[in-house]
Structure formats: C-alpha cells, structure tokens
Design a binder for this molecule. Structure first.
Ligand SMILES: [Zn+2]
Length: 102
C-alpha cells in the first residue's frame, strides 16, 4: 500500500472534519433540547410561602409541585411557638368553672 499523498491526507482530513462538524451539530441539538427541558421544569416548579400565623413573618419557602405561584400556607415560627406552647400547658389553662356559661 503506497504512502498517502498530501492530496489523500487532505481528503481524509476533510472528511474527518465534516464528520466532526456533523457530530457536533447533533450534540449541540441534544444539549439545546436538554436546556429547553430544564427551563420548562424550572418554570413549572413553584414555591409555597410558609408564613407564621401569629406574627405573619415568612418562616420558609417550600418547593411544591402543583402549587399556584404566590400561594401561602401557615405554620408557626420559633419566636411565637414558646409563648403559645406555655398557654397550652394545663397548669396555665383556665379552670373549668370560669369557662362555664352563666
Ligand atoms: Zn411568629
């Protein structure tokens, strides 16, 4: 087999370049589709704002699929929890007599 001439090498390299360009275009199209799907997924993710029902401060944000944008749910923050917890203590509860309807 004779050694490749400059023209043959050039043709082989040219074909290789064209193949690389074709492969690159396929990879770019695949990457663009992945980016499109990622943007769609990010757009569909919404966050539920969890607000303290006592002081109205935002406690946290919670990712929630199916939640409407701007939707709020309620919980209790740590600062409000301690006094409310003390109120729930049976020692602090009003006596049954004071709760009777006259
Ligand atoms: Zn609070």
């Amino acid at each position: 087999m004779p050694p490749p001439t400059a023209l043959m090498v050039s043709r082989v390299e040219h074909q290789r370049s064209r193949q690389l360009i074709r492969d690159s275009k396929v990879l770019i199209a695949h990457a663009q589709e992945l980016i499109r799907q990622s943007r769609l997924t990010i757009g569909q993710q919404t966050y539920l704002q969890i607000v303290c029902a006592w002081c109205q401060q935002t406690v946290r944000w919670q990712r929630a699929e199916g939640a409407a944008r701007g939707q709020i749910s309620h919980s209790i923050c740590f600062d409000c929890f301690a006094p409310v917890f003390r109120e729930l203590d049976p020692v602090n509860a009003p006596s049954p007599i004071s709760m009777q309807v006259k």
